[in-house]
Write a protein that binds this ligand. Sequence first.
Ligand SMILES: [Zn+2]
Length: 584
Amino acid sequence: MRPKGKVQITRPRPASTQAVVKQNIDTRNKLRIIPIGGCEEVGRNMTVYEYNNDIVILDMGLQFPEEDMLGIDYIIPNIEYLKGKEKNIRGVIFSHGHLDHIGAAPILLEKLGNPTIIGRNLTLAMVKHRVEDYKPNSSKKLKTILIKSLSDKLTLGAFRVSFFQIEHSIMDAVGLILTTPVGTVIHPGDWTMERAKDGKPLVDYTHLAKLQRPTVLMLESLGVVSNRPSPTSEELKKNLTEFISKAPGRVIIGTFSSQVERVGWIIEIAEKLGKRVALDGYSMKTNIEIAKELGYIKCKKETLIKVEQVHNLAENKVVIICPGAQGEENSALTRITEGSHRHIKIKKNDTIIFSSSVIPGNERTIQRLKDNLYRQCDNVIHGSLMDIHISGHGTKDDIAYMLKLVRPDYYIPVYANHYMLKEAEKLARGIGFNQNRIFVPDNGQVIEMDRHGARITKEKVPANYVFVDGMGVTDSSNDVVLRDRKMMSEDGMVVVITTIDSKTGDLIGSPDIISRGFIHMKENQELIQKTRMKIKSIIKGRPMPQPGVTEDDYVKNKIRGEIGQFLFQQTKRKPMLLPVVIRV
Ligand SMILES: [Zn+2]
């Protein structure tokens, strides 16, 4: 029997998912800021802004599953709070086209009755593409407002919306300013800060200090624990040009498919050097295709070739760009390294460049990938050897710079793990911020602002995980499927098939025992034999059926309980037990 309550997902749920606090609070004439995702993790970014009967949403991102979420494709924000409030949604603004900001859009927009979506050109094109991918022909239903220029202004109910330039690793990323009757919210989305030689940022943010006060700065603070200065884009281009031009054979570059801007640079560099570029990986190809169509990446038609065409060219004329620099299972780079890629096998004189940073948690996989590559090839180049990556996120110094420059009345670090948000809080205190003007929210926690100021409340809206698994969407409170997967992955499964003569009630033959991932049947004949004997005696000794319980259910429960316990005593394992009773 599956021991109820004993099998659990071992990773503790984030604190915020444990309790939902509802209070009777007067919400009139208050700005309510509710980050329903993105404040306890990197991913599923989504923030709800509510003022009386008007709601504006920023981003609808997805989060990639963690190791113990077996078979889960991704996680999306929980929108229970918005149920019944759909008619109040004046618009959904997307800060940029990365999946942790737009990935949940196809599912959530549909669930919310397709509210108007707002974004710049590339971002909207990417949202539309994802919606179309999810359900063909459904992108026609989308109502869109294109941000044509950064000086565009919108009125969405009680919110006045304007935009500002920021830097990030994808084109068309935009910062957001929301002005309400009680204060102004500044949210750059994801941002980084490129600086000139004298340390001055290339983009001027001084205007953010002059907005109508009080101001709330919601600042993506993912880079707070890093202080390694990124190379400038010119330095990066120079380094890449040098590697690509000097490569004796093919160049294989592993990067994120979200690094649309960088992939664009590589294509331009390769073209200048008279080389051809093959893109591998579905999202890599789609992202670049969309950016090319909109004119963000300019190259000659013949520069881009298909992966299968690389064999028609001289080796030193070929650049291959593929995702998988994090060692992701099944990604193009992993398959190339393991020799299972259909068209590309590593050659000794290939040059392999990792143009991406190591995402925390992936260190071991990347180490293995590097070991594997160093065995097969003489020229592997990665970040610790050379500056070949620019982080898309502002560092500790950049965050401090921004805080000192904007001097917001309130600071809310967002879009990162909890410990990073706490580090960001520490940083702000260190440069003179008053503790009670910094809020570190959990997902679902409500920050409210009225004419007396802003505060973090005890109110909490649902923010627990919503899993997407194939075409299905499940709330995490219902994760029995996941528990089963976890159980099977740890101790395997055992199927017990008993055949009973429906006339006499006698067992026919010997029970069949099938096991997967539990024990080696051949080496454990004695255990199997004993198990069979036990099953036989369960069937023989069964009493007359009780009212309300069928005889088969009685047998199945008995097998689950007694055989489960017996197998545990013998092996110290708890396989999933599936009894089947056949009557003939
Ligand atoms: Zn981003």
